[in-house]
Design a protein around this ligand. Structure first.
Ligand SMILES: CCCC(=O)OP(=O)(O)O
Length: 302
């Protein structure tokens, strides 16, 4: 499985999940919704400012005749109503629209209607990079701010489980740091070494974990050989686990803005998959993310 095209081809068209979109008054969101409807892989319930939604839809010639709309101008209330739609089972997927991430995540974590489970919620972005023979998973660019070792264990497990659903048999996880050796003054390098050992001992399962590794060694075998780094995953990493949200979010946006990539992103570990991209991301990214969430929700039903 090495492209979004292949991921989309795996979606079953018989039991279509409904996506609850929080704050849907955004052109790129509406174009993504229309594309997903045309490709036949989801149904939609939009929560947001109905008059703005209709204005934008008219401008982009989007019919909106197949979607439900709940008029709610307040972003916090629209997010809570979208989350509630998933919580009650009316929708099976939640999607962030034109709303800041902390607002929708606050609704997701709401004690009464939120979507928490016993698992950690973590953000996973998937990149199809031109010239690279595999998809690259990046975690966590949006949810966990400065994860502890225990949280990194769970974030790694979420990413391995997700990669296996996408079709990888034994995903390779590079625990990214600024250098390839353990430095007691750099917590991220200590955590990386511990995560590698924990995976060897079966405390993380289903994938191969190695670190500390710098990004170059994780992605390029030549770079690793040049530096004399021996690693069983050198140049072959599928999953990049970053030490904190600043690194993750900056890497996500540098790939989007400096690279030639296709992107999709979701939060896993909740009661349902959550489509979570940047507000500024393109409709293609939002569409790819809907496809990932649909595939996840269909696999979870098996
Ligand atoms: C990487 C997605 C999270 C994010 O940064 O969202 P915004 O750009 O909308 O703040």
């Amino acid at each position: 499985m090495n492209s979004f095209k292949k991921i989309i081809s795996k979606i079953k068209r018989d039991a279509l999940p409904q996506v609850a979109v929080a704050v849907a008054e955004d052109e790129e969101v509406l174009i993504a919704v229309q594309n997903a409807l045309e490709k036949g892989f989801a149904r939609f319930h939009l929560f947001g400012d109905e008059s703005k939604i209709r204005q934008l839809a008219e401008k982009s010639m989007i019919p909106l005749d197949q979607v439900k709309i709940t008029d709610e101008r307040d972003h916090v209330k629209a997010s809570l109503k979208a989350v509630n739609s998933v919580n009650t089972g009316e929708s099976q997927i939640l999607m962030k629209g034109l709303v800041p991430t902390p607002i929708i995540l606050k609704a997701v974590l709401d004690k009464e209607i939120g979507l928490r489970t016993h698992r950690i919620l973590s953000h996973i972005a998937l990149f199809e990079v031109e010239g690279l023979d595999r998809l690259i998973f990046l975690t966590d660019a949006a949810m966990n701010i400065s994860p502890s070792l225990e949280q990194k264990v769970q974030i790694t497990q979420n990413a391995i489980d997700f990669a296996r659903i996408i079709g990888l048999t034994e995903p390779k996880v590079a625990v990214l740091t600024a250098l390839e050796t353990v430095n007691p003054n750099m917590i991220a390098t200590l955590d990386a070494a511990l995560l590698s050992k924990m995976a060897e001992r079966g405390q993380i399962s289903g994938g191969i974990v190695d670190g500390p590794l710098a990004l170059d060694n994780a992605i390029s075998l030549e770079a690793a050989m040049h530096k004399g780094i021996k690693s069983k995953i050198a140049g072959q990493a599928d999953i990049l686990l970053v030490p904190n949200i600043e690194v993750g979010n900056t890497l996500y946006k540098s790939l989007v803005y400096f690279g030639k990539v296709k992107v999709g992103a979701v939060i896993t570990g909740a009661k349902s998959p959550i489509v979570l991209t940047s507000r500024a991301d393109s409709f293609e990214t939002k569409l790819n993310s809907i496809a990932l969430a649909v595939l996840l929700s269909q696999q979870a039903n098996i």
